[in-house]
Design a protein around this ligand. Sequence first.
Ligand code: WQD
Length: 319
Amino acid sequence: MTWLVTGGAGYIGAHVVRAMLQSGQDVVALDDLSTGDPARIPGAELVEGTVLDRALLDRVVKERAVTGVVHIAAKKQVAESVAEPLHYYRENVDGLLTLLEACRAGGVDRFVFSSSAATYGMPDVDLVTEETPKEPMSPYGETKLVGEWLLNACAAAHGLRVMSMRYFNVAGAATPELGDPGIFNLVPLVFQALTAGRRPTVFGTDYPTPDGTCVRDYVHVADIAEAHLAAARALDDGADGATYNIGRGAGSSVLEVIDVIGQVTGLDATPELVDRRPGDPARVVAAVDKIRVGLGFEARYDLTAMVESAWAGWQLRHP
Ligand code: WQD
């Protein structure tokens, strides 16, 4: 039973590869190395290539007798997707389509899909359940929702068993080397500001939340990896597919996150308060009952653990 992990040399993918190898799974990683780095997964088998390369996928599936796929390779920057929708649909939707054709041809019947809370858009609920309406606000979120639809259609038509995993706000690192090299999300942006001697920016303080700043469900990337492992194991044990939120079920405001970053780094994290950033929902927090019941998964790490581990990774990359 071999699992193919696409995007396996990326920030999240490398955590998944590592967790699967540690649990004794036979794993092959595929990565086009556009943002991935082979150094993240020493000792793992890595095929350099893209999910748009059907011939390569056919070869890997056949030669490595792949029985399941964890599909993480994707473009994931919301703003870039607004500017470059064709690129995002090509990479994320065409890539998935090509991969699914190879799965069908090669008899792969297990699939774990990296989806996103971006599929929900601006949810107007306290806790976002898997049934909350999906109204993505960006081409990025659209490609993830289209991906889920495509997978559900393949499940119905071809018996593919699919676990779609909707990540909330991923942060942290299992080890410093595995830290997120991208500086696009709140935690690394605050690190960048603080280490440059600037004040971190808070986008909007007039949201209908307890302190007026946006609330998100931050979840440790090591927990994300454990959830994928649980999904893959369930499929290997014969489970049907399902769609799950992966979060902690707890919200943190922007000010709370910046406060924790100040405590962890020992730096003065007094923020600069500016206007809202367009398109930001006030509150996005996962309901996590479904994944607890369905996969026995519960997040283990809190916000402090995420910030501490992310900070160790930042310091390693910015000595
Ligand atoms: C978090 C909060 C900002 C930077 C995005 C995608 C989502 C998912 C995760 C992939 C927001 C505020 C940020 C700053 C701030 N990606 N902020 N100052 O927007 O919740 O989610 O990444 O699946 O789909 O939309 O994450 O980290 O950008 O922002 O005040 O310098 O921090 O306004 O409220 P977001 P984020």
